[in-house]
Design a protein around this ligand. Structure first.
Ligand code: ZN
Length: 124
């Protein structure tokens, strides 16, 4: 019979997951190419959001999970939609407007629309 983990174990796993995320994030930002970042970004946004919601469910139950799911889903969606990595200069670009994606890189002027469409086909 499966014994559910206690609160202390879940809290330790939560902190461990954040530490692992910080370590991976530093490797991600330093060593990955812009194309790889652009390919992984939507998947990472969804996975990190789902992982966070999993911990919220385990620690606080279904009511808090339902409450937290709304902003976490919105943040993951907006992160997928409005953040782009420039394939030319590796700059991270975020649109100043909430629902639109950046059209061109403000640092080098490279078009981000074409590259984001090309990269989204790889993620499917
Ligand atoms: Zn650029």
């Amino acid at each position: 019979m499966l014994v559910p983990p206690n609160h202390r174990t879940i809290q330790i796993a939560f902190v461990g997951a954040w530490v692992a995320l910080i370590v991976f994030g530093s490797f991600y930002s330093r060593f990955f190419t812009p194309l790889t970042k652009e390919r992984l970004r939507p998947c990472m946004s969804v996975l990190v959001g789902a992982g966070f919601l999993g911990f919220v469910y385990l620690l606080y139950g279904p009511a808090t999970f339902a409450l937290a799911a709304i902003p976490v889903t919105a943040i993951a969606y907006l992160n997928c939609r409005t953040v782009r990595h420039c394939p030319k200069c590796a700059a991270v670009n975020q649109s100043p407007f909430v629902i639109s994606s950046p059209g061109a890189c403000p640092r080098c002027g490279n078009s981000l629309v074409v590259s984001s469409l090309r990269n989204s086909q790889h993620c499917r």
